[in-house]
Design a protein around this ligand. Structure first.
Ligand SMILES: [Zn+2]
Ligand SMILES: [Zn+2]
Length: 124
């Protein structure tokens, strides 16, 4: 029983890692076409387990809730055309770091750039 749960949470983690950024809907489709069918309830249970353990995180990008594995600090770029989300390392954008804004202590950023990605630019 314990072994089975471990494997399922591994499958969920590995799938998110492979996909980079994913909504729960796309994650479920991916898992069901690449592994044996795992029930929705099981996937959601493992998602919250992995969140609790700090192995993955959930971000809100526009209207969507996106899951990704926990990596180094980064920002996001979302393509308005294909919807692809890219990780942007802080060294690529060289933003000033704030410790305080208008009297509020800053503990992090959840920044998203939007535009047309390099792949879509090539096609058009
Ligand atoms: Zn694109
Ligand atoms: Zn990311």
């Amino acid at each position: 029983m314990i072994r089975r749960n471990t494997n399922q949470s591994q499958i969920v983690y590995k799938s998110i890692e492979f996909m980079g950024h994913t909504t729960s809907e796309r994650l479920i489709e991916y898992i069901n076409s690449n592994y044996e069918n795992i029930s929705l309830a099981t996937i959601y249970r493992n998602l919250s387990k992995l969140l609790e353990e700090g192995q993955i995180k959930k971000l809100r990008l526009g209207q969507e809730e996106i899951y990704e594995t926990v990596k180094e600090k980064h920002y996001h770029f979302k393509c308005a055309k294909c919807g692809m989300i890219y990780d942007i390392s802080p060294s690529m954008v060289n933003l000033p770091s704030f410790e305080e804004i208008d009297g509020n202590e800053v503990t992090g950023t959840d920044l998203m750039f939007v535009g047309i990605c390099k792949k879509c630019k090539k096609i058009s």
